[in-house]
Design a protein around this ligand. Structure first.
Ligand SMILES: C[S@@+](CC[C@H](N)C(=O)[O-])C[C@H]1O[C@@H](n2cnc3c(N)ncnc32)[C@H](O)[C@@H]1O
Ligand code: SF4
Length: 335
């Protein structure tokens, strides 16, 4: 990442931070855009492929990106569903890059070998690894592992940073160790996120046999490994929050004394251009269509919950609650 891009990202985050703490008009620095709900897989914990399959046509995507740019967004996450099922995904990445967004891209990578050029302008790749081939396919279906490690190797050898996400459903430290050793061998990082429940984009529940106490111990073991220098992208603060989370069957709650930065610091946009404070609030709050309305004026600041342990949202909130230490750690990770 070049110095100019880093400065642009830092400035936009700084302005977002000032707006959040100063109680001013929302100024999200980061947006996640689900380019499609469609997917080549049917993972046990994910509901996205069962949602509306309609995609925004390319000219409307271009308009949407213009709106995001005007709003001050500098980091754009292209997510799904599976972005690689969209035939025009290369063009979408180019539209994002033309606007100088820092572009992250979430993909299961099964279709990577058909379209490696899609990643030419991507700054950071997120993928999914739930464990070894057997554990991964148990959650994500037969063939969900096919070509994934080759794709990760190809991406890292092209100089693309890769972070693989494990959905933590049970405290299986052997699988964690296997993933960390693989990450050390292939040169990528791991991010761990608890299986979240109770929202439109997810399905399923934690296995009944798994207790929150056992999960807390597991997260504490992940924190220890992070401190020991293992390749873990999740922040230490995030792992610490997970190691104290009371009930993993509840992913989010409304605490009137807490504030969440969703909608002010970051937002989520579904494939129709409907925006929500974050992905977890889809189906729980009225959307604002970004092609018709200006988020900065239309968003009231209200979120249906204020405290959560949902993977990306908790990391983002920590950036707003502990700006100095969290941004220094994020900078180290980007570097
Ligand atoms: C929705 S997927 C989209 C990108 C791509 N299709 C993939 O699977 O990597 C983004 C991430 O969310 C994770 N995810 C899906 N359902 C989840 C759940 N219920 N709780 C936590 N993470 C979940 C996936 O494993 C994946 O790493
Ligand atoms: S987690 Fe990703 S790969 Fe799995 S069904 Fe959801 S969108 Fe598809």
């Amino acid at each position: 990442m070049g110095t100019v891009d880093l400065a642009r990202l830092g400035l936009s985050y700084g302005m977002s931070l000032v707006a959040f703490h100063g109680g001013r008009e929302p100024r999200p620095f980061s947006a996640a855009f689900a380019v499609t709900n469609r997917c080549n897989l049917r993972c046990a914990y994910c509901n996205t492929p069962f949602l509306d399959p309609t995609d925004l046509p390319l000219p409307r995507v271009s308009e949407l990106f213009d709106r995001l740019k005007q709003m001050g967004v500098s980091r754009l996450g292209l997510v799904g569903g599976e972005p690689l099922v969209r035939k025009d995904i290369r063009e979408i990445v180019s539209l994002a890059k033309e606007r100088h967004f820092f572009v992250t891209f979430n993909s299961n990578l099964v279709l990577y070998r058909r379209r490696p050029e899609v990643f030419d302008d991507v700054d950071l790749v997120f993928t999914s690894l739930d464990g070894d081939e057997e554990a991964h396919c148990a959650e994500r279906g037969a063939h969900a592992y096919d070509g994934v490690l080759d794709a990760i190797e190809a991406l890292t050898s092209r100089g693309k940073p890769v972070v693989a996400i494990q959905v933590v459903q049970k405290p299986d430290i052997e699988q964690t160790e296997g993933l960390l050793q693989l990450a050390e061998r292939l040169g990528f990082q791991m991010h761990f996120q608890p299986q979240c429940v109770d929202t439109a984009i997810v399905r399923g529940a934690l296995p009944e046999s798994v207790t929150s106490e056992a999960l807390r111990d597991h997260w504490a073991a992940l924190l220890e490994r992070k401190r020991a220098g293992r390749p873990i992208a999740s922040s230490a603060r995030y792992l610490a929050v997970q190691s104290r989370w009371r009930d993993f069957r509840v992913s989010a709650m409304l605490d009137p004394s807490a504030r969440c930065a969703a909608g002010r610091g970051f937002l989520y946009i579904d494939p129709l251009g409907d925006a929500y404070p974050c992905a977890f609030t889809k189906g729980k709050t009225e959307p604002i269509n970004l092609l018709e309305q200006d988020w900065r004026r239309a968003f009231t600041g209200a979120t249906p919950c204020t405290v959560c342990n949902v993977g990306p949202m908790l990391e983002f909130n920590l950036l707003f609650q502990n700006p100095l230490s969290a941004s220094l750690e994020a900078l180290r990770r980007i570097r």
